[in-house]
Write a new protein. Structure first.
Lengths: 231, 366
């Protein structure tokens, strides 16, 4: 079974993460480069999607002249859809990389919530961010608190945004389009697509909130921990 | 009631219509259904040979706007649909019989045309208190609906009431009004939403069923594809203003007079599946957007609760607050932003006070 193989692989990878020495070893650039590349392509796509998405939700100020001489909203929507495709394809490649890459590549997709040691490390990280301890626990990859945030605020939200985004796109592309065939089931959950628009819009703000914390934590890490790399 | 072999054709000939007019009608109907050139002759053939389909039309919790719309159908004329094409055996709003006489027709049709009649339902049943909020013929409407649905061939859910619930099912739905598909689960149900549905959609659907003796192709939500496969937005004549980024900002501004897109005024066209922008209303005269008003989304699920009608973003009612997604999101982002700033400040202070002995610190067990 493919799924079982994948789960086995994931378990092995996690064991590898745990076995990893806690010293800094991330210098192995070749394994890390695809994740970095994905990160910045993804970040650019999200920035584009957020800005255009907000404008699509509120509308632009009226353009002067004839309708035939303007295509502003069309271009904004085009940019949104294109960035959506970039994000989606990037996300698929990222999932692929999680399966073939090193142990850390799996972190944002796999959170061992059922493990005691996981929660012990989360507790330690909370103490670290609450200034109650001076030494952070994990030095390679994401710390456990970051892993939680990545999984629940980023991975889940992005998955939700990709699915609802393609469903809404399918409405415009037509009910016989592959987007509608693949993602039209969203409208079995919310028959009125106005609801899907509302949730898609709330998703934007989850991402914005995440980005704030994410950027702050990264900058802080960079300035607080010797040798930590922002990139 | 006519005999079982009475056809549409024999009825209209008796009414004095010529064969030529009959074929004109068939061509026009085929064209309005968007069917191919051969369909006109198969419609003619069907109407000449097939017995008229008995239709039972029930009324639950509703406002009769569906009936009002239906009787204004122009293509086909409602006279043809009602008096000739179908055998409308029971419709308490427009039938001559009353009282026990009327109720007897239900039992008669149920027995005589077992599995062959079409049950058209306008409105929906309230389910709370055993259905006591809608009493019809001395019984809760939900019981009447269940018993008539049992032996029917198919059910047509007229309007948003029967399809989605509409105003009586809007929050907080005190009577527990529920759409037909929540009550009847073992029969094919055709949803024809709209408050009311377009007359030509209603009569066109009836024509399709009587002609072909089968149900039209339905979409994921159970609506006939031929009328509900595209959104108002997809065929809106103001669509070019949408793409251009030309929106009405106020009801009385110059953009409203220029006929710009009503997106920012809360038009629900982009989320509403209906045929208004293609078929229009009152014999193709106009439709809401053409009259300068945004679409309410009346043919969509729970449209009363997706307000305000005049805002693009829906109000989210949760924990007593009434805000839209942007307001909630900005508030959340603001709170998090302030928290981050405060945390950064504490970090800076800590670093200033602890810097010298940072390297000397041993890792503490947590």
């Amino acid at each position: 079974m493919f799924v079982n193989d994948m789960l086995d692989k994931a378990r092995k990878l996690l064991a590898a993460v745990d076995a990893e020495p806690t010293e800094r070893t991330i210098g192995a650039g070749i394994a890390y480069a695809p994740v970095r590349l994905w990160h910045w392509v993804n970040a650019a796509a999200i920035l584009m999607l957020s800005l255009t998405g907000y404008v699509i939700g509120t509308g632009t100020p009226a353009m002067s002249g004839e309708a035939s001489g303007n295509f502003l909203f069309g271009y904004i929507r085009f940019a949104h859809f294109s960035a959506g495709y970039v994000l989606s394809i990037g996300f698929l490649l990222r999932i692929y990389w999680a399966l073939i890459g090193n142990a850390h590549a799996m972190q944002i997709f796999w959170v061992p919530l059922w493990r005691r040691c996981f929660w012990r490390e989360v507790y330690h990280e909370i103490r670290w961010y609450a200034f109650l301890t001076v030494e952070p626990e994990r030095r390679v990859g994401h710390n456990r608190l970051a892993q939680l945030a990545m999984f629940f605020m980023f991975t889940q939200t992005i998955t939700f945004m990709v699915v609802t985004g393609f469903a809404l796109y399918g409405q415009g592309a037509g009910t016989d389009s592959w987007q509608y065939k693949l993602f039209g089931w969203v409208f079995s959950i919310w028959p009125n697509s106005q609801d899907v628009h509302t949730w898609h819009h709330l998703g934007l703000w989850v991402i914005v909130t995440f980005a704030l914390v994410h950027i702050y934590a990264a900058v802080r890490e960079d300035s607080c921990r010797a040798g930590a790399s922002l990139l | 009631m006519g005999g079982a072999t009475e056809t549409f054709y024999s009825v209209i000939r008796r009414q004095g219509m010529t064969r030529r007019s009959f074929h004109k009608f068939c061509s026009l109907t085929a064209a309005s259904l968007g069917l191919g050139p051969l369909a006109a002759s198969s419609i003619a053939n069907a109407l000449e040979t097939k017995p008229r389909v008995p239709v039972i039309w029930l009324h639950g919790l509703e406002c009769t706007c569906c009936s009002e719309s239906f009787i204004r159908s122009a293509h086909p004329l409602i006279k043809d649909a009602l008096l000739s094409m179908i055998s409308l055996d029971y419709d308490d709003t427009i039938m001559a019989a009353a009282g026990h006489q009327a109720e007897a027709i239900l039992e008669e049709t149920r027995a005589k045309y077992k599995g062959r009649y079409v049950l058209a339902v306008e409105g929906n049943p309230p389910l709370k208190e055993g259905g006591m909020f809608c009493i019809d013929g001395g019984k809760p409407f939900v019981e009447k609906l269940r018993s008539m649905a049992e032996e029917s061939m198919a059910i047509i859910a007229w309007g948003t009431c029967a399809s989605w619930g509409c105003v009586q099912a809007a929050k907080p739905n005190p009577t527990g009004a529920a759409p037909i598909d929540k009550v009847i689960t073992n029969k094919p149900i055709i949803k024809v939403p709209g408050c009311p549905p377009i007359a030509e959609v209603m009569s066109g659907l009836v024509t399709f069923i009587t002609t072909f003796g089968k149900l039209p192709e339905l979409d994921r939500q159970g609506r006939p594809n031929m009328f509900y496969s595209e959104r108002i937005h997809d065929k809106c004549y103001r669509r070019s203003h949408f793409d251009a980024g030309q929106f009405v900002e106020e009801w009385d501004d110059k953009y409203a007079r220029k006929g710009y897109c009503l997106y920012k005024m809360g038009c629900k066209g982009p989320t509403t599946y209906n045929a208004c922008s293609a078929l229009r209303w009152n014999g193709g005269v106009s439709f809401p957007i053409q009259s300068g008003h945004g679409c309410f989304g009346c043919s969509e699920d729970g449209f009363w609760d997706k307000g305000p009608f005049y805002d693009r973003l829906t109000t989210i009612r949760q924990f007593g607050i009434e805000e839209n997604a942007d307001q909630i999101g900005m508030a959340a982002a603001g709170v998090v932003g302030l928290t981050v700033a405060a945390h950064a400040a504490v970090t800076a202070v800590k670093r200033l006070t602890h810097k010298p002995d940072r390297a000397a610190q041993k890792r503490k067990p947590s």
